[in-house]
Design a protein around this ligand. Structure first.
Ligand code: DAH
Length: 359
């Protein structure tokens, strides 16, 4: 290329660019496309940049003149770019202002931390007490053999609890008959399982779900118990009373009165039930009460207990002449209802957040 060709190309180039950039800028409606267009002219590979690289090839006396023209044009383009950028930003802001309002009074999004179900909390509190006394925690199966749930605990074959009307039996193979397996009706099955597996001395608590055909405000077909039993030489009823009184008072307060009443369960002799003074009305230190929780009696039944029957020891291979022991079974739902003032047991199993978030 001779020098006059270069001059010609340079002039043409400057003219083309100065005509093109304005239109190209005004056609760019987003910041991104505007930046692309700007780079097309002034970027490292841009048209104007390419032209500037030709300066050394211009005749000496023209270099200064064309250099100035090119720099002027570059300034012009950069200024136009800046203005267009500003105008795009302004348009965007105006569109946002004209659009739907941001309602700063809307409630924020909050994350509710999870929490333990009141029944599980109560279970933990109960277990903590017995663990502190040195009891081991063991769990048993919810689907159980008739013999572990009833027979080995001394239930006679015609006992009403063993009736299809009272327990949930599970169909196993036809050869087994209809009554081989059932959903355990209490956690006392763990007595048989654990004692068959271990030798005394032992002290065990066993929490878990149990199932019965019962359904009203204080009975649910599914509920939770904690079984406890302790076997050694020379275990006495006085120790049973001591352990249970201490446990109950740890849970409900050391001033709560505890009373033992005789009662019958096939797997203990003697057997008893434990009542505590009504936690709601505290009627034992007032005269009369109309409390709906204890129905004016000022006592609440919370567990069954007794000295383990020699028959049970025989079933698990312990010598009843050598060992004695006590057992108890406690309704966790009952304790939870008393501690938290819940009047309907079914609330514990409906998983309604309006109820559960109160704890
Ligand atoms: N298993 C009994 C029930 O569910 C509760 C019970 C009573 C458990 C006396 C015991 C006990 O260990 O000694 O009604």
């Amino acid at each position: 290329m001779n020098e006059s060709d270069v001059v010609y190309r340079f002039e043409q180039g400057l003219e083309r660019i100065s005509r093109a950039y304005r239109a190209a800028f005004s056609e760019s409606v987003t910041e991104q496309s505007l930046r692309v267009v700007n780079a097309r002219f002034t970027g490292p590979q841009g048209e104007l940049t390419g032209l500037l690289k030709l300066i050394p090839e211009l005749p000496k006396e023209k270099r200064r003149h064309f250099g100035q023209l090119s720099n002027q044009l570059k300034d012009e383009i950069l200024e136009a770019f800046r203005q267009r950028l500003e105008s795009l930003a302004r348009t965007a802001l105006e569109a946002e202002m004209a659009g739907p309002h941001l309602d700063v009074t809307l409630p924020g999004r909050f994350h509710t931390p999870g929490r333990l179900h009141p029944l599980i909390r109560t279970k933990h509190e109960l277990l903590d007490v017995f663990i502190s006394f040195g009891f081991d925690v063991v769990e048993g199966p919810e689907v159980e053999l008739h013999e572990n749930n009833f027979d080995k605990l001394g239930f006679p074959p015609d006992h009403p609890a063993t009736d299809m009307q009272d327990s949930f039996f599970i169909a196993s193979s036809p050869a087994d008959g209809p009554r081989k397996l059932l959903l355990r009706t209490h956690t006392s099955n763990v007595q048989i399982r654990e004692m068959s597996r271990r030798r005394p001395p032992l002290a065990v608590v066993s929490p878990g779900m149990v199932y019965r055909r019962d359904d009203d405000v204080t009975h649910s077909p599914m509920f939770m118990q904690i079984e406890g039993f302790l076997v050694d030489r020379h275990v006495t009823f006085a120790q049973l009373k001591g352990v249970l009184t201490r446990a109950v008072q740890r849970l409900f307060g050391s001033d709560i009165p505890v009373r033992f009443r005789p009662s019958y369960f096939p797997f203990v002799e003697p057997g008893g039930e434990v009542d505590i003074g009504c936690w709601f009305c505290r009627g034992w230190d007032k005269r009369s009460t109309e409390c709906r929780v204890c129905k004016g009696t000022s006592w609440l039944e919370i567990l069954g207990c007794g000295m383990i029957h020699p028959f049970v020891f025989e079933q698990v291979g312990y010598d009843p002449e050598k060992y004695t022991g006590f057992a108890f079974g406690l309704g966790v739902d009952r304790v939870a209802m008393l501690r938290y003032g819940i009047s309907d047991i079914r609330l514990l199993f409906e998983n309604d957040p309006r109820f559960l978030t109160q704890f």
